[in-house]
Design a protein around this ligand. Sequence first.
Ligand code: ADP
Length: 290
Amino acid sequence: TIWNLGSINADHVYSVPHIPTPGETLAATALSRGLGGKGANMSVAAARAGARVAHLGAVGADGGWMVERLRDHGVDCTHVQRRDGPSGHAIIAVDAQAENAITLWPGANRDIDLDAVKQALDRAVSGDLLVTQNETNSQVEAAALARARGLTVAYAAAPFEAGAVRAVLPHLDLLVLNEVEARQLSEALGTSVEDLPVPHVVVTLGAQGCDWIDTASGTRHHVDAPRVAAVDTTGAGDTFTGYLLAGLSEGLQMPEALTLASRAGALKVGRHARPMRFPRERRSSGRPSE
Ligand code: ADP
């Protein structure tokens, strides 16, 4: 099982004639809502790849539809917590040139109850995997606990924050970064990624593929990305990481898992996101919208 202590966000996407300027009030021409957040994206990708995924995270009272969406993708949501405040959400304005401006509210993603996470991880067994990113609270505590239990611990250093990575670093087996994050980390720590105290470091390089650094042996391996015509690079890293973890949890060796992840990343950038729409209200079933 892949245990994902990860964010769950409602992405509210507003199509606008231009990005609003300070003081301006602007009517949007279209509105759509979709499931987002790096955590949820990774869970969906890993589940799509065929892995067993249990999501550890939180939504507010307004987040029942997101939990249902995750479940529809086959993600185990038994341990997704309900909090009193709003769910994490992003207000995304997109203009005709696909330029965007994003306001993010972490909401329930930064209000996850650590004790409940610990209880959930009591069910984890050796051979399981924990992944976290930098969009929740309690990343370090969960990583330390999972490591002590014998799980493989992976971390995606996004959104990048030097202090957050530095704190979680001692507990990691695998660190995944993109090129920009790798540069930021090297600058912040004053070391190259080769010298990080983490057994495996994967640096994604967009269309150039990725590098895997096996720090124990000090070797760097490159994996090419399939050539595709990129139409939308949003979330490529999340898809890549989800498939990478799925491959590893299914017993693939790193090179094979990276090949799988690279294919998934390339497929993702090669197609437009499915048009988002408001999820149908499920009131007709008589179930609480939970
Ligand atoms: P992020 O989305 O975090 O910035 P990258 O842009 O490095 O991450 O993309 C992650 C992975 O997705 C890459 O390592 C690669 O395998 C795949 N990928 C991204 N962009 C392309 C592209 N233009 N062509 C082919 N594969 C791509």
